[in-house]
Design a protein around this ligand. Structure first.
Ligand code: KG4
Ligand code: ZN
Length: 353
């Protein structure tokens, strides 16, 4: 079975071809250079650029894979959540293609595509697993029992982790996207040995920020308090705002952000007695988060995909689309796209813990 997967939920345009669960080709067209001029994604521009990118990208991916469009058995596409204009570009393209080819359309939830993406690379990863999705738009913690049975154990009550990274990077004047920039600066600060011993009173030392919502059994996240603490600290200690001070703040922010993500995920896995932990989404590219999780490898199977698969891509959409199609879960051509913060039919069950 050969499927095309299309991902256009934010600023990337991702296209992949998959045969029986194995990725044949994966192309991503990034708009990062464009949006970095504005310090963040400009939705109207994103969708217009995607509209121009998507056709040639599909042709390129087919050529990479040596597959003709007529050979496709289905078209999988992200139907949300995301920037609605962007999602619609992918959805309308996929609908047109599926209709023209007379093949099924498979609508895929973006967060769920991230959630199952570690299965693409790790044969040893099996259900059930604890899945943490950390991206620019979402921070969600799940128990994953099968492709159709996932339980949402916790999520952010305000900002997503990646959003917090991007906002803090903006406040520090580092640019966009903030995740990789803070990651690099914090890593350099750590290597220089300045990070782990300081306190808030010493402006040039490493900064300690509080971990939010650490009450036992609470698997929700909050990043707005941390964001406020960092911004307040910045205002109080910005004269002079030296490179060392920026590094110390970035490193302190990263300690707090990654610390809470790791602690809650590990606590949930222990509470559920589930041995496998998978981490996905753009923030899973973070070097400190990867190291901190990997430190638990004696106790758990830790599965974090390669960086290319952490950030938005078509492979994860084609992969989940393939498994949904095998289960007969195809979509009607009238399926609706949905924006961020609107919930979906067929969403996960929710549970307090
Ligand atoms: O999954 P993704 O590509 O798109 C969304 O679904 O949102 O995630 C993008 C987010 C951005 O906020 C970006 O700053 C963050 O992932 N990110 C990182 C790193 N690389 C990307 N955050 C922390 N450390 C990184 N190395
Ligand atoms: Zn994403």
């Amino acid at each position: 079975m050969i499927l095309l997967g299309i991902e256009t939920s934010c600023d990337e345009t991702g296209v992949a071809l998959i045969r029986d669960g194995n990725v044949l080709a994966d192309r991503v067209s990034s708009q990062m250079d464009f949006h970095s001029i504005y310090g963040g994604v400009v939705p109207e521009f994103a969708s217009r650029i995607q509209l121009e990118a998507i056709g040639p990208l599909v042709v390129q991916a087919c050529s990479d894979a040596g597959v003709r469009l007529q050979e496709l058995d289905g078209v999988a596409v992200t139907i949300g959540p995301g920037l609605i204009g962007s999602v619609l570009v992918g959805v309308n393209f996929a609908k047109g293609l599926a209709y023209a080819l007379g093949r099924p359309l498979i609508g895929v939830d973006h967060v769920q595509a991230h959630l199952f993406s570690p299965l693409i690379e790790f044969d040893r990863l099996s259900f059930p697993y604890i899945g943490l999705v950390v991206s620019g738009g979402h921070t969600e913690l799940y128990t994953v029992n099968s492709f159709t049975d996932i339980v949402l154990n916790g999520k952010t009550i305000d900002d997503a982790a990646g959003e917090a990274y991007d906002k803090i990077a903006g406040a520090l004047g580092l640019g966009y996207p903030g995740g990789p920039l803070i990651d690099r600066i914090a890593r350099e600060a750590r290597t220089a040995g300045t990070q782990h011993s300081g306190n808030r009173q010493n402006p040039d030392g490493p900064v300690k920020f509080p971990l939010a919502m650490m009450r036992k059994g609470n698997y929700n996240f909050s990043f707005s308090g941390l964001k406020t603490a960092v911004v307040r600290y910045l205002h109080e200690h910005s004269r002079p705002l030296t490179q060392e001070r920026i590094s110390a703040i970035a490193a302190g922010f990263q300690d707090a952000a990654t610390g809470v993500l790791v602690k809650k995920t590990i606590a949930l896995a222990r509470q559920k007695r589930i041995r496998n932990i998978a981490v996905a989404g753009g923030v899973a590219a973070n070097s400190q988060l990867r190291e901190m999780f990997t430190a638990y490898s004696n106790e758990f199977g830790i599965f974090i995909p390669s960086i290319r698969l952490c950030t938005d891509n078509g492979s994860m959409v084609s992969f989940l689309g393939y498994h949904l199609m095998k289960l007969g879960r195809t979509s009607d051509l009238s399926v609706d796209a949905y924006a961020n913060n609107t919930r979906v039919p067929q969403r996960a069950r929710t549970s307090a813990a």
